[in-house]
Ligand binder design. Structure first.
Ligand SMILES: [Zn+2]
Length: 400
């Protein structure tokens, strides 16, 4: 192990289990709790990097190993100098391991001890992903935070199936660690930077807790993952179709037991209410496709609940999407105009809604961080939830 760590994490304020922290990476500082916009194929769909950097001030975005590995492929990215240079984004990047995407292929995949064989969703070609391959791909991508290669069980997996999957994930975590360390020592990481003298300049590696809906398996998974030793820890395999109550049982049981001096990441979650609830359980990092994906289908997240711009209700409504939002979309455009764009199939509709949705998620997290720092998170969450519920009730009346 190098003397200097690849990242540092300091908790600067607490309120109950909720914590505000500072995550320092080789490419800059990230205040937590943080929401990471998802940039699947090297793009956060529908928004330019300038807007992410300046107006929205997103400090970190996520890239998908599976997608980038299949297209454009690691040869292209390597020859273009790594993912940061290839896409033109110099702030921190986190890449997932590909495990989740392969899992979501369903019957197209075959799992063995060695790894997962599957057919590419692009051309049907036979591919093989393993802990070693995933670490090699993520080294070429040069992301600042790398995720260990895991196996995700179905949300409703039986105890036996969930145990086998969790144990495989534990063995793959160890193999990920070994291969990752070998690659760092060999200089395979294209994203290396030595600007911060307190950091090693290496990539950071996060481990993932699995075990489906079974709390005792989750606890065992956490113990085995922390035994391997990672720079941060994630809860994976949630928000995959299980009941919400099951997800919270797992988060309630696992989050407080995760190492308190390392960042805690809840993968693939969630709605704004989910984010606040998870923060109250001690989670620091989130990613979710909701703001971007729903933006493309005409749904806006607002402080008064979801607004569907398709509704005829908004045809001549000159108000912004969210009267309390200060984003450039809400300052300039009306619901009526956004509805018109959406109904006309204009690409600007998806772009503007994506921009507002990301602004809303990132502003909400900014408010969360400030409120934890000032000891007013509980109050903030209560006011946020009340306003949201009141708005949702009014929207329901309109829809009816
Ligand atoms: Zn807005």
């Amino acid at each position: 192990m190098p003397n200097k760590p690849p990242i540092t994490f300091d908790v600067v304020a607490r309120e109950g289990e909720a914590r505000a922290g500072l995550l320092t990476t080789r490419r800059g500082e990230i205040e937590t709790p943080v929401f990471m916009p998802v940039g699947t194929a090297g793009t956060v769909k529908g928004i330019r990097f300038e807007a992410l950097e300046t107006e929205l001030d997103a400090r970190i975005i996520l890239g998908n190993t599976y997608h980038l590995w299949l297209r454009p492929g690691i040869d292209v990215i390597k020859r273009c100098g790594g993912l940061h240079r290839f896409i033109g984004w110099q702030r921190p990047l986190l890449t997932d391991s590909g495990g989740f995407q392969v899992w979501s292929l369903g019957d197209l995949r075959k799992i063995s001890e060695e790894g997962t064989e599957f057919r590419s969703h692009l051309d049907g070609s036979l591919q093989f992903l393993s802990p070693e391959v995933s670490m090699q791909v993520q080294a070429v991508l040069g992301s600042d935070i790398v995720m260990a290669f895991d196996e995700c069980a179905e949300g409703n997996a039986s105890p036996d199936v969930a145990r086998a999957s969790m144990e495989l994930t534990a063995r793959w975590a160890q193999r990920s660690r070994v291969e990752f360390d070998r690659l760092q020592a060999n200089g395979a990481d294209t994203g290396r930077t030595d600007k911060n003298e307190n950091l090693s300049g290496d990539q950071a590696l996060f481990g993932i807790v699995q075990g489906a809906s079974h709390v005792e398996l989750r606890s065992e998974s956490l113990a085995r993952t922390t035994d391997v030793g990672f720079d941060g820890y994630a809860i994976g395999g949630l928000s995959v179709g299980e009941e919400k109550s099951v997800m919270w049982q797992v988060v309630d049981a696992v989050a407080p037991e995760m190492p308190s001096d390392k960042p805690r990441y809840l993968m693939g979650v969630g709605t704004p209410e989910d984010l606040l609830k998870a923060v109250s359980r001690g989670i620091d990092m989130f990613d979710c496709v909701l703001p971007t994906r729903n933006g493309r289908t005409g749904q806006a997240f607002t402080s008064r609940g979801k607004v569907n711009v398709k509704n005829a209700q908004w045809a001549v409504d000159t108000k912004p999407l969210d009267e309390t939002c200060e984003c450039s979309v809400c300052r300039r455009h009306s619901r009526a105009y956004l509805r018109h764009l959406h109904q006309s199939g204009e690409m600007l509709a998806g772009m503007l809604l994506t921009h507002h949705n990301l602004a809303f998620f990132l502003d909400t997290m900014r408010g969360v961080r400030q409120s934890i720092r000032s000891g007013e998170f509980t109050k903030f969450r209560q006011a946020f939830t009340e306003k949201l519920n009141e708005g949702e009730q009014q929207n329901a009346l309109i829809d009816a």
